[in-house]
Design a protein around this ligand. Structure first.
Ligand SMILES: *Cc1c(COP(=O)(O)O)cnc(C)c1O
Length: 229
């Protein structure tokens, strides 16, 4: 028998509070971004009922129909939710992304920045953005290279007038995450960027130690995705 949703969420909240305390940070400096990818509307309804309002999805196609409904449910509960895209974005989905998400955490190339700026002009929507940085320099992984990050951030801000509110990274599997989190923070500081989306699954307490403002947690709250299938 597994734990209930409420027990898992309470466990995550307790670990988050403890991680903040250890890091000498106030609990409200770190936002828990609940990752709802692959979760059905009933599981997300539990999360809404528990008072969670900040969510992440990794696919535009999955999130759009799902959250149309869920936003209404949240509104009926008197809550405003904030939905973040944390997965890769293709330029032909820019308009849907701008219509669906409040924050898009994964911009990493000019083509996407241009497509998003155009979609914003067409729809009148103004989401915020995080730039994804490929801190490990992995060839197969999304994200701008650390060496090109400053120039890309400037381009997004100046040419496309995108509000860059944060940086996001996914450290390489099997490597210690600390140097990656530290690098992301350095890039954020020198570009006057406040948001740091770093830390997922096992490494988020460490990310809190190193300055994360958003930790992305899915299976620790909902149970393993495999078990749900
Ligand atoms: C799925 C995902 C997470 C959450 O992973 P869990 O193992 O479910 O906690 C965090 N960040 C990104 C980018 C993801 O795709």
């Amino acid at each position: 028998m597994g734990e209930s949703f409420a027990e898992r969420l309470a466990g995550v909240e307790a670990r988050l509070a403890a991680a903040c305390a250890r890091a000498g940070r106030a609990r409200d400096e770190v936002r828990l971004l609940t990752v709802t990818k692959t979760q059905g509307p009933e599981a997300v309804a539990d999360a809404l009922a528990a008072g969670l309002t900040l969510f992440g999805e990794n696919r535009v196609q999955e999130a759009r129909p799902k959250w149309l409904d869920l936003r209404e449910r949240a509104a009926a509960l008197g809550k405003t939710i904030e939905l973040h895209l944390i997965g890769p974005l293709q330029s032909n989905k820019a308009r849907e992304a701008v219509e669906t998400f409040d924050v898009i955490q994964t911009i990493d190339r000019e083509k996407i920045a241009a497509a998003l700026a155009e979609a914003m002009a067409k729809t009148g929507r103004k989401p915020k953005f995080f730039v994804q940085v490929n801190t490990g320099g992995e060839p197969q992984k999304a994200g701008v290279s650390p060496l090109e990050a400053d120039a890309f951030i400037a381009l997004c801000r100046q040419r496309y007038a995108l509000e860059i509110a944060g940086l996001m990274c996914i450290p390489p599997l099997g490597e210690h995450a600390s140097p990656h989190f530290a690098l992301l923070r350095v890039i954020a500081e020198r570009n006057a960027i406040a948001g740091l989306s770093m830390g997922m699954s096992a490494d988020w307490p460490l990310a809190v130690q190193l300055g994360a403002t958003h930790v992305r947690v899915g299976s620790a709250i909902f149970g393993t995705r495999e078990a749900k299938a």
